[in-house]
Design a protein around this ligand. Sequence first.
Ligand code: DP6
Length: 322
Amino acid sequence: MRITTAIACPNIAFIKYWGNRDDLLRLPSNGSISMNLDGLYTQTHVIFDPSLASDELILDGASTQGPALRRVSTFLDLVRERAGLRLHARVESSNNFPMGAGIASSASAFAALALAASTAAGLELNEKDLSRLARRGSGSACRSIPGGFVEWQAGQDDETSFAFSIAPPEHWSLADCIAIVSQEHKPTGSALGQALAYTSLLQAPRLADAPRRLEICRRAILDRDFSAFAEVVELDSNLMHAVMMTSNPPLFYWQPATLQVIQAVIQWRQEGQPLCYTIDAGPNVHVLCLELYARQVKESLEQLPGVEKVLIAMPGGSARLL
Ligand code: DP6
């Protein structure tokens, strides 16, 4: 049996996925748009091994049981079913960035796992089918299969819900300056949070307007129109967090330092700097700007109290085998 290794970048959503129409198939309530983050990655080795009595998971060097192993095993069942395989697998995965703090480690994790496991099982899936498979592990993972700027069309069913590239990484030199305010694991993972989306009164109007925001964002990326992009990205992030904060029970992913960064970004923009913020299901703030300004933005962010460090990521490529 051969070890197969794949790597995938996480992605940052500009138009967010929050809420499923079908939790089991992870069919999202709305389409989303994201950018892969170059330089950050999950690397995953998979081997299907006849000597194993059960699946094994090693995360960042530590043998892991419980819910994380069950989620991986359930995902491997999909691969086994498609490949007609009955063997258990050993999965070894490591990230070069902090887990569980709003850098969507589940996206790169399940994208890398989908590619490594399907290849190890002898399946040769095309990009669309890999994206569909990754989606079953974690919704946002389907967007880490194609490269660059990516759209996940919500679709009607398992067949039609997948992600594709709308522009390659070199299309626009956008930088994501990630202000890390906490590296702790978030208290409510996104899978649990997603399930609460419909308990918010604001989810329905958020969904009703999603096609308009998707269109504006797609256009702004294709036209490299930063000011149109900034406006829709902040609106979309604020809408998602408004849904989170008004869910039952309410979810507050922000910390005091999160709001300090938001306020600084708004002030710097008023002073003439082209930049905007977006926040996933965690306290860290992704500050987006053109590459030209990234170093300066990083230095300014590092001066803010509560910012532990700042990572810079440019548009990244597709998931790939090593
Ligand atoms: C806030 O893809 O992590 O990052 O499908 O339950 O694993 P599961 O959810 P996940 O949710 C991502 C939520 C988000 C927004 C986004 O990336 O679109």
